[in-house]
Write a protein that binds this ligand. Sequence first.
Ligand code: SAH
Length: 228
Amino acid sequence: MIQILFSLVFFSLLFIQTDNRIHERHSMVRHQIEGRGLRDSLTLKAMRAVPRHRFVPEAQSRNAYDDSPLPIGYGQTISQPYIVAYMTEIAHLQKNSTVLEIGTGSGYQAAVLAEITDTVYTIEIVKQLGESAVERLTSLGYKNIFVKIGDGYEGWKEHAPFDAIIVTAAADHVPPPLIQQLKEGGRMVIPVGAPFFIQTLMLVEKKEGKITTRSLMPVRFVPFTRSD
Ligand code: SAH
């Protein structure tokens, strides 16, 4: 009897673990992220915590922890885990940072940011994606992520300035309103370049009122679109 009870407990624990896919997540972090040299402990912890499989469509669930971007509908994609981690690490976040993300998509990057900082604002231009991200983030218990449906080009003035701005769609230039809304000492990470080609991930910093930019690496993001 006691043996049956033990095996029941054992198998239900095993089920909970597999269901939560924690092993896949740890392996993703070890191989794809630490394996490529990222070391920031807060970022690694956040990437281990957020259940990426809950952010992809059912049909993509099997591939949720693959080393690649995945389609999320409406012609958009959730970025490759390494890129999400890289952009998070390079933003140099602290617990009390206020972050703005442009391009909510599935809400995954926002959730990773929200594991680290107190407040995350995020803007999505595709209404349906923004609405389902709100539902998903609420059901996962995130209370520190604020989603707005709209064109992120203008930023979110009411909550500016931001310690960090993360743009997850490729623009052909850095939107001036976003530069304005960056705090002194703040950092913006943004892919810049022509749509559907290789773009450059740029770090934009504001120091003593001056703007400096640095190219980080070649990337490929979906286009930054504008509302009419
Ligand atoms: N960060 C997302 C991935 C987003 S893909 C995630 O973790 O899942 C890029 C997203 O940017 C798409 O959802 C696209 O609709 C959105 N986007 C494109 N142009 C935008 C704009 N001007 N303002 C806000 N969102 C925009």
